[in-house]
Design a protein around this ligand. Structure first.
Ligand SMILES: C[S@@+](CC[C@H](N)C(=O)[O-])C[C@H]1O[C@@H](n2cnc3c(N)ncnc32)[C@H](O)[C@@H]1O
Length: 423
């Protein structure tokens, strides 16, 4: 299962040292900063092709695409450039059978599952359990909501799921919570969990895509003063969070509504990892030369660690340069398309090694306390090390890297020395 996602990582080349700043910082430059002129023609052409592709992709809807193409995701999304991520079962036509009829006869299905919708069982087991059991995630949201929820707050949640975050908002004393959930099976589950926790008078579920909810529907509850969402993907904007938050902000909330999470940053890190190399390339075994097999190595697609089936946090790896912020997002003010894929970044390698991959991870922030320290939630491997559920539901993105300057039958490892500048 590989989905092409060049919008984040892309092509790394060695920079022409004399044209770069001498500082150890890694400044961001636009593509017209003159660096490109020192790049050999073939590589420049290759980069141009990449930039055009990224521009086309990002310009059409602004959000990066989530590479997770589990069956429960809209597989055709990759082909539908210009359209945001659509959550599973949000436009169900009822054709998906109930659980028992979708399972081969010789499997034993417990009675409690027989008539349940197949889509619901799939979504719950594929990601909702892990999500709900990411306790630091829940704590981040609880602390963030505690900072903004007041007795007169009207909270609007995009993507209620089980109802957990809406219940947290209600338990913190919000006047009313309106929770939008596109998946109609989950909307019913959320209603039941809300009822079982005694919040049915406080939390109202609307079973729609958030983009289809009108201000008139919210009128009975008051105009929302807090906008809450957890529609983050393995890539920060992989589930079109900015698209949906911006739409709700512009149409459904007060102009100065509190947004949770408030900001986020997508990071990229250059990693050297023999463990990654051991599952993505081959050398030899007992004198048998297998290296020609490397001509098949895919350095184009971004693959999610959960698709590989391992936790990156459990691998041995070395970061060859400081984690690089590539996409800062302000969910309270940014517009879709704020990042058009034209930024070119220079960074200096800190340790010699082989760049096996670019690791994609993110941070989101919420308003801090009186000391002004923002609350942070992250998917960096050091943040997921002791958080098995977070690795299983988000994990990280990995894009393999080869030295594109060395064209040939097999990929050439991208070896770097300390102090070398890359662009
Ligand atoms: C990652 S889950 C989060 C569930 C819950 N809020 C929690 O934190 O445990 C995202 C949920 O949002 C729903 N969703 C995503 N985008 C949506 C949208 N634009 N409108 C309505 N529901 C959406 C999905 O169906 C899914 O149930």
């Amino acid at each position: 299962h590989l989905v092409c996602c060049r919008a984040l990582a892309g092509v790394i080349t060695r920079a022409a040292r004399k044209q770069l700043p001498r500082t150890s910082a890694a400044p961001m430059h636009s593509s017209d900063d003159g660096v490109g002129s020192s790049v050999p023609e073939s590589r420049a052409a290759m980069e141009q092709r990449y930039l055009e592709k990224a521009e086309h992709f990002m310009g059409s809807h602004g959000d990066a695409q989530d590479g997770d193409d589990d069956d429960d995701y809209d597989d055709s999304y990759a082909e539908q450039e210009g359209r945001p991520y659509v959550p599973p079962a949000s436009v169900s036509d009822g054709s998906k059978p109930c659980f028992a009829t979708n399972i081969e006869k010789h499997f034993v299905v417990p009675a409690r599952l027989q008539d349940k919708p197949y889509e619901l069982i799939e979504a719950a087991n594929d990601w909702h359990y892990a999500m709900m059991n990411d306790h630091p995630r829940n704590e981040f949201y609880k602390a963030a909501l505690a900072r903004v929820v007041k007795p007169d707050s009207v909270v609007l949640e995009i993507g209620a799921g089980s109802g957990l975050l809406s219940i947290i908002a209600a338990s913190l004393g919000a006047q009313t919570v309106v929770a939008i959930e596109a998946n109609h099976h989950l909307a019913n589950v959320a209603r039941e969990i809300i009822r079982r926790n005694g919040y049915e008078g406080k939390i109202h579920i609307i079973n729609k895509m958030s983009t289809e909810v009108t201000p008139a529907e919210l009128e009975p509850f008051g105009t929302p003063t807090v906008l809450l969402s957890e529609i983050l993907g393995t890539l920060l904007l992989g589930e079109s969070a900015l698209h949906y938050v911006m739409d709700a902000r512009q149409r459904l909330t007060t102009p100065d509504c509190a947004v949770v999470p408030l900001r986020g940053t997508q990071f990229a890190t250059l990693v050297d990892s023999a463990d990654i190399a051991s599952i993505t390339s081959v050398k030899d075994w007992q004198g048998i030369d297998l290296s020609w097999f490397n001509s098949l190595q895919d350095t184009t697609s971004m693959v999610f660690t959960k698709q590989y089936g391992f936790r990156f946090s459990s691998c041995s790896y070395t970061e060859l340069a400081p984690r690089l912020p590539v996409l800062p997002i302000d969910f309270s003010s940014d517009q879709v398309g704020v990042w058009r894929g034209e930024k070119r970044t220079h960074l200096q390698v800190q340790k010699a090694g082989t760049i096996h991959a670019i690791l994609a991870s993110w941070e989101v922030y919420a308003i801090g306390d009186s000391t002004d320290k923002p609350l942070v939630m992250a998917t960096h491997p050091d943040a997921t090390l002791n958080n098995f559920p977070r690795d299983m539901q988000w994990g990280q993105g990995l894009q393999l890297i080869e030295d594109m300057a060395c064209e040939g039958g097999s990929p050439v490892p991208f070896q770097v020395s300390a102090g070398e500048w890359l662009t």
